[in-house]
Design a protein around this ligand. Sequence first.
Ligand SMILES: NC(=O)c1ccc[n+]([C@@H]2O[C@H](COP(=O)([O-])OP(=O)(O)OC[C@H]3O[C@@H](n4cnc5c(N)ncnc54)[C@H](OP(=O)(O)O)[C@@H]3O)[C@@H](O)[C@H]2O)c1
Length: 297
Amino acid sequence: MNITIVGPGAIGALWAIKLLQAGHNVSLWSRSSEPSVDLSLDEQASISFSNNDKDKLSESDLVLFTVKAWQVEDAITPLLQHIDSDTILMFMHNGMGAVDAIADQINTHPVILATTTQAAFKPDRNHVVHTGAGQTQLGAFNQAGEKCAFLTEVLNHALPDVSWNPAINTALWTKLAINCAINPLTGLEQIKNGDLSKPRFGNTLIAILEELTQVMQAEGISCSFDELETNVNKVIQATAKNNSSMKQDMFYQRKTEIDFITGFLLKTAHRHQIDVPVNQTLFTQVKEQENSWKKQD
Ligand SMILES: NC(=O)c1ccc[n+]([C@@H]2O[C@H](COP(=O)([O-])OP(=O)(O)OC[C@H]3O[C@@H](n4cnc5c(N)ncnc54)[C@H](OP(=O)(O)O)[C@@H]3O)[C@@H](O)[C@H]2O)c1
């Protein structure tokens, strides 16, 4: 397939290399104006990719967006005029709501939502380290996207394990719940994920998940508090030594994905007239820090 990866950061560079190694024609679209970008994975030899080539973008069968949730709209808007309406658009990021915000612009395309637990780190602009194997789930955002389940095979061949989830919204909400529990607390406290198993966080985690359970059930997502708690505890154990993305973003004073994680929960709760005071407080605290960095600039 002809594939363009928009946003070749850690996750995008990992998929770019894996898809190219699986035999696809892969090009990149980045914020750099250079016509080619060299990328290497782990200890492997470097591969040269074409970058920001409008012809390759127009010829793409699949455009995979791996920018952060808050970067989606800015990334796609200038590109749409060059992308054929048959081209499949796939979005792979944490958080929810970014694709809904551009639905009117993209609904002529088959659109796929993806969520992944693959982990990657980009120590510099030309290297990516695959720091953890995980699962990727795909599902349709619109009716045309429902005909694209064949992409599961394509992506699975490149970087397993990939599966098609007809209830992708449930998978996205489950990931959102984990992110709501882990990200703001680890960011604000500047602690590793495993530190959340300390007793002093117990009540806060319970309150976060009780609020989430109410909102998810009001949204029609089948879930229980016990299931969410088990899931979150499993992730805290399995990623005990990891630094969450929000912890890192806050350490480096970079904009976080809070608007599309806890922020999305707050908007949904508001629509259902459900009070979520604990998540609201965490959201406000993260935003206060983000705003204080802006003032210093
Ligand atoms: N990294 C992981 O292990 C991991 C795991 C699971 C999920 N995720 C999720 O995957 C998403 C991407 O994460 P990441 O870690 O790969 O982030 P990242 O390294 O910051 O990658 C995002 C990339 O998008 C580029 N970009 C931003 N705006 C753009 C635009 N308008 N046009 C083209 N490119 C643009 C950025 O360019 P610049 O370099 O110029 O900023 C950067 O290279 C996030 O939602 C994250 O939460 C990440």
